[in-house]
Design a protein around this ligand. Structure first.
Ligand SMILES: Nc1ncnc2c1ncn2[C@@H]1O[C@H](COP(=O)(O)OP(=O)(O)OP(=O)(O)O)[C@@H](O)[C@H]1O
Ligand SMILES: [Mg+2]
Length: 232
């Protein structure tokens, strides 16, 4: 479904991605794990058209993705950025409506209803300003807003960052639910154990390069991964 070939990206003279090749098949959860500054966010920004790669190809459903964010959304790819960026001065419901701005009225309301079923807490809080939600609720809202446009592929950047373990579990249950609903997930995480446990396929990125790949299970059992990412 998503095929990235030999992708390189720079910020000025800093080479943030080097010759990255990855693929995600339809219906999979694919994890990218790596430490601070490894290039995870940069990879997502290239896919969603926010950063133009220096070279390489990004194909989605067999066609190249345009390097314009709104066109990428139209093609069915949505990016949920790190740091739960919700519009804090808007209500929960208005945040969701913004996420569906490309949709027609009828579909918009159907999606809103479906999201409230998936996220009952957001329904309860629909008239509350997003800035007053807890961290975990804001993360749920950020993901729900991404789902409003009916994506085929959702890019999640560190959804567990800064959340209490119990809330992390809730977010991960939700990610499984999203896959069950037929949406492919590209999950970027520093929380390697969680990400490897949930995914079908994973890649380890270090200094902008893909260092290892395998099934979640293979990487959980890899000595290299254990030592560098799972605390020994
Ligand atoms: N706007 C920018 N300008 C210059 N350099 C940048 C910019 N954004 C990122 N970089 C650099 O590119 C490299 C990769 O950054 P990136 O944000 O992709 O890492 P990351 O894996 O997402 O890290 P983290 O886990 O901390 O979010 C880093 O060395 C970073 O300093
Ligand atoms: Mg990042």
């Amino acid at each position: 479904m998503l095929n990235i070939e030999n992708l390189s990206a720079c910020y000025g003279y800093i080479e943030a991605l080097k010759d990255v090749t990855i693929e995600a098949k339809q219906g999979q959860i694919v994890s990218i794990i790596g430490s601070n500054g490894a290039g995870k966010t940069t990879l997502l920004r290239c896919i969603s058209g926010q950063l133009k790669p220096v070279c390489g190809k990004i194909k989605f459903l067999g066609e190249l993705l345009p390097a314009q964010p709104h066109k990428v959304v139209q093609r069915g790819v949505v990016h949920v950025p790190e740091g739960r960026r919700v519009f804090s001065g808007l209500t929960v419901e208005d945040n969701l409506l913004v996420g569906g701005y490309l949709l027609k009225e009828k579909e918009l309301h159907e999606n809103l209803k479906r999201n409230y079923e998936l996220f009952p807490i957001l329904k309860e809080r629909k008239n509350q300003f997003a800035g007053t939600l807890s961290g975990g609720e804001q993360q749920m809202l950020a993901i729900a807003r991404g789902l409003m446009s009916n994506p085929k592929l959702i890019l999640l950047d560190e959804p567990s960052l800064g959340l209490a373990p119990i809330i992390v579990n809730q977010v991960y249950d939700l990610i499984k639910q999203i896959r069950e609903n037929g949406v492919t997930v590209l999950l970027v995480e520093q929380n390697a154990r969680k990400a490897l446990n949930i995914c079908d396929k994973a890649y380890v990125i270090e200094n902008g390069r893909i260092k290892l790949s395998g099934t979640g299970c293979e990487l959980l059992n890899s000595e290299e991964v254990k030592k560098a990412y799972l605390g020994g």
